[in-house]
Design a binder for this molecule. Structure first.
Ligand SMILES: Nc1nc2c(c(CN[C@H]3C=C[C@H](O)[C@@H]3O)cn2[C@@H]2O[C@H](COP(=O)(O)O)[C@@H](O)[C@H]2O)c(=O)[nH]1
Length: 305
């Protein structure tokens, strides 16, 4: 994930709307006695059977793991628990052949959602893409895809982003390509979390994964005083103005979040001598953010997060 780390650091070094505040990082880290251990699936909403079907479920989940906010009643929980119920009801629902044939109304029915999902046509296109490529290259099974990566999370992210175009979460910022790879990285992290670092979740390089730059974590980092926004950006977020995907503001919010958490991780290592994973920091920050209803986040229509 060197390209994610390096390009996020580069954005932070020349950003115009978001500042990573070193003093804020020091204060935040000083206040942390110990990183609260948040259990993966603390919500109890994910499917798990310790086998290949769980891998298929997580791949479909992370194919669709983006953009819930345009519908004020919809959240990630609905997606995770809706897909779980669908799989419990029909073990072949995420077979590659069936993924290639999904329609919007069928996905809505599956999730028991009464109206069109945000970016529903994109969600369907991505399901088709995943079904097609899984069938073409991996005998239809996401578990085979994971097995070809030889316990390397970095290889898994590289394979997913090279074979499945919908996972290629990158931007061009001030002329430079910036890699963020939120859904590809969270797929590796979800495997690691669900399988508790064993079996399909065993990765020798899990420390290489960065945080997942979504719309919750930047808002938490701002509240902690780790990120500082320009007054124009504050106004845009507070007035719920859409921030365009690929705009300087949007890339800075996401890239500076990645960079800031890497800095927090470095400082924690120096302070306590302990190695903390970025994904542990991510889950702690994210779980805090989703439990905080007053948190205002930026609004971008995007298939990446
Ligand atoms: N950085 C980060 N972002 C994450 C997650 C997760 C879920 N991870 C699961 C894995 C194990 C745990 O038990 C979690 O359940 C979702 N998201 C993002 O949040 C947003 C949804 O927010 P809201 O509209 O309020 O539901 C949306 O962009 C979604 O893509 C995470 O872990 N980290």
């Amino acid at each position: 994930m060197e390209e994610v780390r390096a390009s996020a650091a580069w954005v932070a070094s020349c950003s115009s709307h978001v500042v990573v505040d070193s003093a804020g990082i020091e204060r935040a880290v000083e206040n942390i006695q110990e990183i609260p251990r948040i259990e993966w699936d603390f919500e109890g909403i994910h499917y798990f059977d310790n086998g290949p079907l769980t891998v298929q479920y997580l791949f479909v989940l992370d194919t669709l793991n983006f953009c819930f906010w345009p519908d004020k009643d919809l959240s990630y929980d609905h997606l995770a628990s809706g897909l779980k119920a669908a799989l419990e009801n029909d073990k072949s629902v995420f077979d590659a052949d069936r993924l290639q044939k999904f329609t919007g109304p069928q996905l809505r029915d599956l999730l028991k959602w009464p109206r069109p999902l945000p970016l529903e046509d994109e969600r369907i296109r991505l399901l088709h893409e995943v079904g097609f490529e899984l069938k073409r290259s991996f005998g239809g099974k996401a578990s085979n895809l994971v097995e070809t990566c030889g316990k390397s999370a970095a290889k898994l992210v590289a394979t997913v982003t090279s074979l499945f175009p919908g996972f290629r979460d990158h931007s061009v910022y001030k002329g430079h390509q910036v890699f963020l790879y939120k859904r590809a990285q969270i797929f590796a992290a979800d495997l690691f979390g669900a399988f508790k670092g064993r079996g399909y979740g065993e990765f020798t390089d899990i420390g290489s994964i960065t945080i997942f730059a979504d719309y919750i974590v930047p808002a938490v980092l701002q509240q902690l005083g780790v990120l500082k926004y320009s007054s124009t950006l504050v106004r845009m977020i507070e007035s719920d103005n859409e921030i365009l995907s690929g705009s300087e503001e949007e890339v800075e919010l996401r890239a500076c979040s990645i960079y800031a958490v890497e800095k927090m991780r470095d400082l924690l290592r120096v302070k306590s001598g302990k190695q903390v994973l970025s994904i542990e920091l991510d889950l702690w920050l994210w779980a805090f953010g989703v439990r905080c209803p007053s948190l205002r986040h930026h609004r971008t229509l995007s298939i990446y997060y």
